[in-house]
Design a protein around this ligand. Structure first.
Ligand code: SF4
Length: 246
């Protein structure tokens, strides 16, 4: 059986989101996604990529992580973290043995997934960061609600919000399904795309939705006492938002 995956890029940077934000992290970006979210900033990963074996990927991750091995640290976990992202990692079945191999190498492994695929076969050592697609993504119908019962307290649910409708939808889902009792909830504000990021294949925001500003979103969360973590995409604050490989 082939043990290759199609990889868009592998690089060392800082984790920009989630409860791990700010920590050094090696990103393994897998090629291809079957969604076309209106705000997607990684459309270049839909098709661009090269085949690599699991062993080649692990060698590259360990090479990038090597400088950290010399440092002594009070951190409870080994750094850097390793995150599989995309694209949609779960579209490639070999992402499962790759994640297991990285866990075996002693890394804390994170998975960023759209929430449209079955997350149950993922190695239990992996921290799954699962999107619930809000209405303005144009991909709300792709949410695989059966995933909710697979989530553990070590996983995280992420809502990316660009409109008032997104906020009201997420607030209702959190209440209906008691999502805040399952795992940490993350709220990201949709960062406007640079012109070169506006891929023609992306869905349009459904008509009639009202954009929400970052400040309005933060103030709504406070006013409603929502049990969520509001986050900015740290890498887009540090580096130019359209820069790749950071
Ligand atoms: S799930 Fe959406 S945001 Fe993520 S890579 Fe696919 S199209 Fe882009």
């Amino acid at each position: 059986m082939s043990d290759t995956l199609v990889i868009n890029e592998i690089y060392l940077s800082l984790q920009g989101e989630s409860t791990f934000a700010g920590l050094p992290c090696v990103f393994v970006r897998l090629t291809a996604c079957n969604l076309r979210c209106s705000y997607c900033d990684t459309a270049y990963a839909f098709t661009e990529g090269d085949k690599k074996t699991i062993e080649e990927i692990c060698v590259e991750v360990n090479r990038l992580a090597e400088p950290f091995a010399r440092a002594s640290s009070v951190q409870a976990r080994r750094l850097p973290l390793v995150e599989l992202t995309g694209g949609e990692p779960l579209l490639q079945k070999n992402s499962l043995p790759l994640m297991a191999a990285l866990c075996d190498d002693g890394f804390s492994v994170l998975l960023e997934t759209s929430g449209a695929h079955d997350i149950s076969p993922v190695d239990p050592r992996v921290r799954r960061i699962m999107d619930l697609k809000c209405p303005s993504s144009g991909e709300q119908a792709r949410n695989r609600w059966e995933n909710i019962e697979c989530l553990r307290s070590t996983d995280e649910i992420k809502f990316v919000m660009g409109t008032h409708e997104d906020y009201e939808w997420a607030k209702a889902k959190i209440a209906e399904q008691h999502l805040d009792a399952i795992c940490p909830l993350l709220v990201s504000w949709v960062h406007p795309l640079a012109s070169e990021q506006q891929d023609k294949s992306l869905k349009k925001v459904p008509p009639g939705q009202m954009p929400i500003s970052r400040q309005e979103l933060a103030e709504k969360i406070i006013a409603d006492a929502l049990q969520v973590r509001f986050q900015v995409q740290m890498h887009k604050v540090i580096w130019a938002p359209e820069l790749r490989g950071v």
